[in-house]
Design a protein around this ligand. Structure first.
Ligand code: PLP
Ligand code: SF4
Length: 347
């Protein structure tokens, strides 16, 4: 397998201080959030590309790239598969038939208070609108978070609904990214969930272990392992170069604490629509102890058409993966179809 760890670009970051020179907590995840790159110009400069005026205004979904993640981008390569995921593209302004603001029908499955109850036995709680990285292909980029306020009320309405419905066994903490909340807020929320007898599991859907690995604090690990509820973590990585030693160490701490970790990826043109990239991603995941879970067909959100890969290509890639990988390393290739009670397998 190719060695995707790209420590060599570290010195290009003028603010970078090796961890060994820092006291614990100095470069906390909060600092990483504060120091994230927030403009196209900042990202281009960081990765050593000539600056040019951004071709498209960023509007509501602004650039947001944390430095630990940006350091894994290959310097001077405008086609880098990590850069592609975060750099504003002029094609985002194109309007393309079939690409809409709510491609997965979340508006319909919302039962209010930030709770989406679409699938049997599990409900998804929007904990925050914030993410630790802004992915240009995201289906939630146009999501009206302000209309799904849950946190302001201390999740009162969502918790009441979960209490009322004893068919719900599992709560997915989503967003945004639940790990953008601090450990105290998460502790209060998960304590309240643990007090609801019919709940058995909490599942974090988070990109933070990959985007800002220092978010995996000892306090959070302790909290999760102490809970009555079984915790699962689903991370999101699309390319093997998203993993460096720090990410692998953070994932190792979660796994060593006995928490199962799964990965979901999105099939993205120019990022991972190649057999060797997907094979290396899956192999790296299982070597780190993370189970490949889903490979998602892109949700058709406005401004993301240039990321789409045809289902035919996706199926072909899947059959190639099955030929070389152990069965447990092959993700399910799925689409989210509005009104369906589960993800739809594509083959
Ligand atoms: C994807 C999703 C889930 C979780 O589905 P799993 O197949 O259990 O991973 C739950 N609720 C909503 C609204 C979803 O989109
Ligand atoms: S971290 Fe997830 S929710 Fe946030 S922008 Fe990226 S894909 Fe979207």
């Amino acid at each position: 397998m190719r060695n995707y760890f790209r420590g060599e670009s570290v010195t290009s970051d003028p603010d970078f201080v090796p961890t060994s020179q820092l006291g614990i907590g100095d470069r906390s995840w909060r600092t990483e959030v504060r120091q994230a790159l927030r403009t196209t110009a900042a990202v281009r400069q960081f990765v050593g590309l000539e600056n040019e005026a951004p071709a498209t205004p960023e509007r509501a979904f602004a650039t947001f790239v944390p430095r630990p993640w940006a350091r894994r981008i290959r310097r001077g390569d405008p086609d880098d598969p990590l850069l592609r995921q975060v750099l504003v593209d002029a094609r985002e302004g194109d309007s393309v038939d079939g690409f809409v603001t709510d491609p997965v029908g979340d508006e319909c499955s919302s039962v209010g208070g930030g709770l989406l109850h679409k699938y049997t036995g599990r409900a998804l709680l929007i904990t925050t609108a914030a993410c630790g990285i802004h992915c240009r292909y995201c289906f939630r980029r146009e999501f009206p978070y302000s209309q799904h306020a849950s946190r302001g009320s201390g999740y009162r309405s969502a918790l009441a609904q979960i209490r009322r419905d004893d068919s719900i066994r599992e709560i997915l903490l989503s967003g945004g990214d639940p790990l953008m909340l601090d450990d105290n807020s998460l502790g209060q929320l998960t304590d309240q969930l643990a007090g609801i007898d019919h709940l058995r599991r909490i599942r974090y859907h988070t990109r933070m272990p990959v985007a800002i690995p220092s978010r995996i604090t000892d306090a959070w690990i302790k909290m999760v392992t102490a809970s009555r509820l079984r915790h699962w973590v689903v991370i999101h990585a699309n390319h093997p170069a998203e993993f460096d030693a720090e990410v692998c160490a953070a994932l190792g701490r979660i796994i060593d604490a006995g928490i199962p970790v799964l990965n979901q990826a999105v099939l993205l043109a120019g990022v991972n629509d190649r057999f060797d990239v997907l094979r290396d991603l899956c192999e790296l995941l299982i070597d780190v102890g993370v189970q490949p879970y889903y490979l998602h067909q892109l949700d058709r959100a406005t401004g993301t058409a240039h990321f789409e890969v045809s289902v035919e290509t996706g199926k072909h890639l899947m059959s190639q993966l099955r030929e070389v990988l152990p069965g447990y390393a092959v993700p399910q290739y799925v689409a989210e179809i509005p009104a369906q009670k589960h993800k739809t397998p594509l083959g």
